[in-house]
Design a protein around this ligand. Structure first.
Ligand code: SAM
Length: 281
């Protein structure tokens, strides 16, 4: 272990066996552990027989605590940053501290380990060659829809964190803004009630609406047809969507607009033209 070093240490997201030997060793060697919630982290540290000075570092005391931690580092102390679960800085506090430590010329050493997003992706069966992790969507519907619409043409799998009580609303907005994609709700990963609920957005909404969703949830969304058929002309996309007659002109236009990246009105006019042509044939 090196002095004057900030260690960014991943901790388990449920199953305590998912900590690394190196994480346990470094946590036992540093001068100070900065934790999101000291009471929560004490349980983890006690479990591994680690007894070290602890300080809190969370969203609302970041500036003050960050300065104190940097002061300790400048004095040659070694500090470990941990969060309540998983990898610090990933939808968790830490980014500013790392940024300031780097700017101050302090060594920053990451210790890899659990991260709910990557754990869920690895078992998803969705494309892993390209993916976007976008953290928690906004809680208000308007902002959430805008946020989702900005993701409609991104290549690869989309990974979100979501609170269980917002899951159905967010899934409904995904259906509205991104269309009927394949999604996976990865719940309680590494814990007793771990499960992956897979299907189209509508199927997953139906499945999760049957009871109360509890615990922690990662939401994965398959890449959209917009990405897969990006070079297809609007007319072809509409013909495909309208071929079996199950979608109304309006719904087909809505989906085609997302897929082709055109406005809804343009897609609607084209859908109407095709409908008139087909009906007249
Ligand atoms: N830093 C953490 C990481 O590396 O994954 C994430 C912290 S963020 C505050 C907490 C969110 O991560 C939860 O609301 C949930 O979306 C996701 N999460 C954490 N643990 C999980 C688990 N065991 N199963 C499913 N999702 C989990």
């Amino acid at each position: 272990m090196t002095a004057a070093t900030l260690y960014i240490i991943a901790t388990p997201i449920g199953n305590l066996e998912d900590i690394t030997y190196r994480a346990v060793r470094i946590l036992g060697e540093v001068d100070l552990i900065a934790a999101e919630d000291t009471r929560h982290s004490l349980k983890l540290l006690n479990h591994f027989g680690i007894s070290k000075p602890l300080t809190s570092y969370f969203d609302h005391n970041q500036q003050l605590k960050g300065e104190r931690i940097l002061h300790a580092l400048r004095q040659g102390k070694s500090v470990a940053l941990i969060s309540d679960a998983g990898t610090p800085c990933i939808s968790d506090p830490g980014y500013q501290l790392v940024r300031d430590a780097v700017a101050a010329g302090i060594a920053v050493v990451p210790l890899p380990g659990a991260c709910a997003a990557i754990t869920a992706l690895s078992a998803s069966g969705l494309p892993t060659d390209a993916f976007t992790f976008a953290g928690f969507p906004p809680s208000r519907q308007g902002k959430r829809r805008t946020f989702l619409s900005g993701m409609s043409t991104l290549p690869g799998t989309l990974i979100l964190y979501e609170a269980p009580h917002r899951l159905v609303d967010t899934l409904s907005d995904i259906r509205e803004m991104l269309g009927e994609r394949q999604v996976i709700v990865a719940r309680e990963l590494t814990k007793i009630f771990e499960e992956c609920i897979r299907g189209t957005v509508s199927e997953v909404i139906a499945a999760v609406s049957q009871g109360t969703v509890r615990g922690e949830v990662v939401l994965l969304i398959a890449p959209g047809a917009a990405v897969l058929h990006v070079s297809e002309p609007l007319e072809i996309v509409l013909e495909r969507l309208m071929s079996d007659g199950t979608l109304s002109v309006k719904d087909a236009a809505k989906q085609a607009a997302v897929i082709s990246g055109v406005s809804r009105s343009e897609a609607y006019s084209e859908a109407l033209r095709l409908k008139i042509r087909t009906d007249g044939a």
